[in-house]
Design a protein around this ligand. Structure first.
Ligand code: FES
Length: 111
C-alpha cells in the first residue's frame, strides 16, 4: 500500500503552564510549523503524493522538544530555528537523507 503523502510531518504544538513539564509550544513550535508549511508550499511540495505539514498535540517526547516526526519514516527530530527546519526540508523531505544531527532517536529497527 502506498502512502497518501510521500512525507507526513507532525509538529507538536502542545502548550503547558510554566512550572509544568516542558512543552513544544513554549519552545516556539507554532512559528516553526507555520514556517515549514509556507516553505513547503513555496517549493511546490504541498499536496497529495507530496508533503503534508500538520499540527499535533503532545507527542509525549516533551523533554526532548520541540519535536516533530516525519512519517512514514518515523524519524523524530528536534530543532531550534528556521535554519534547522530548512535543513530537514532540503535534506530529508527533498533529498531523502536523514539529518542525523537533529534526530532524537533512530527509526525503529535501525537502533
Ligand atoms: S509537549 Fe511536545 S511532545 Fe509533549
Amino acid at each position: 500500500m502506498t502512502s497518501f503523502y510521500q512525507h507526513h510531518v507532525f509538529f507538536c504544538l502542545n502548550q503547558r503552564d510554566p512550572g509544568d513539564r516542558p512543552s513544544c509550544a513554549n519552545c516556539g513550535s507554532q512559528a516553526m510549523q507555520e514556517y515549514a508549511k509556507r516553505r513547503i508550499k513555496a517549493l511546490g511540495l504541498a499536496g497529495e503524493g507530496k508533503v503534508r505539514i500538520n499540527k499535533a498535540g503532545c507527542l509525549d517526547r516533551c523533554e526532548l522538544g520541540p519535536v516533530l516526526v516525519v512519517y512514514p519514516d518515523a524519524t523524530w527530530y528536534t530543532y531550534v530555528d528556521e535554519a534547522d527546519i530548512d535543513e530537514i526540508i532540503d535534506s530529508h523531505l527533498v533529498g531523502g537523507r536523514i539529518v542525523e544531527r537533529l534526530v532524537i532517536d533512530a527509526p525503529r529497527g535501525e537502533v
